[in-house]
Design a protein around this ligand. Structure first.
Ligand code: SAM
Length: 250
């Protein structure tokens, strides 16, 4: 008797759930070497301001423990490492070893060492103790995760009571006019830039599609509440192109 396999989306494609993780892995193996350059070019450098805003909202202090989940090439980890200092701890966790390798080399070149550990892990099933971190961040990572609810529950588990989660992610533009311009940019220009700079149009087409398939601001807020987070709120950045969600574990 044939069993029906559970499906999910990979960009606009419907795929078997068990296949998505490998497809996402291929995207990030392919873009890892050019990831930082493409981020600067695609966003005109604005991703640095979005990340700066997330750090300003983190409330992080010297001596605290931070998990930078889906941390990739380590932009957030680099900043947190400096803030938490010698008595603190930063874990840069990512499912993809190519992204981790680029991140580790970059941070080492920046002179960042001592309070940072690199861990290959799936957000859905984090290999850390309960009630361990003061802060968990996931920057531009959640939309790539197959089971987002399981990932949010896992983040909740590893946070200390009083700890908080920050989700920085592409979201839904507030204005229709902005939405149209953004669609034109991401579906036409982005894959072309990906082709010229990273020799990979497909991965950047996936990027555009995965953004459209990601839950909007209010849906993500509800998902965080379902996972146990309280006092959940969000800030729209650049007219809602990106949103920063914050929730607490009490
Ligand atoms: N946080 C970094 C930043 O903001 O520049 C990197 C973001 S990058 C767009 C997305 C990252 O999510 C990739 O490094 C990818 O490997 C990672 N990722 C995708 N699925 C994941 C999962 N299930 N668990 C952990 N990391 C995952």
């Amino acid at each position: 008797m044939s069993q029906t396999k559970e499906t999910t989306h990979f960009g606009y494609q419907t795929v078997n759930k068990e296949d998505k993780v490998g497809m996402v892995a291929n995207v990030f193996h392919s873009v890892a070497a050019k990831y930082d350059l493409m981020n600067d070019l695609m966003s005109g450098g604005i991703h640095r301001l979005w990340k700066r805003f997330a750090i300003d909202c983190s409330g992080i202090r010297p001596g605290q423990k931070v998990l930078d989940l889906a941390g990739g090439t380590g932009d957030l980890s680099a900043k947190f490492s400096r803030i938490v200092g010698k008595q603190g701890e930063v874990v840069l966790a990512d499912i993809n070893d190519s992204m981790l390798k680029v991140g580790r080399a970059k941070l080492r070149d920046m002179g960042i060492a001592g309070n940072i550990n690199y861990v290959q892990a799936n957000a859905e099933n984090l290999p850390f103790p309960d009630n361990y971190f003061d802060l968990v961040t996931i920057g531009f990572g959640l939309r790539n995760v197959t089971d987002k609810d399981a990932a949010l529950r896992s983040m909740f588990r590893v946070l200390k009571p009083g700890g908080r989660l920050l989700v920085l992610e592409f979201s839904k533009p507030e204005q229709e006019a902005l939405s149209k311009a953004y669609d034109a940019y991401s579906f036409h220009l982005l894959p072309k830039m990906g082709q010229v700079i990273a020799d990979d149009a497909e991965s950047y087409r996936y990027l555009a599609e995965s953004i459209r398939m990601h839950p909007d601001q209010d849906t993500l807020k509800e998902m965080m509440e379902q996972a146990g987070f309280e006092s959940v709120g969000y800030y729209n950045l650049t007219g809602g192109v990106v949103a920063l969600h914050r929730g607490y574990k009490f």
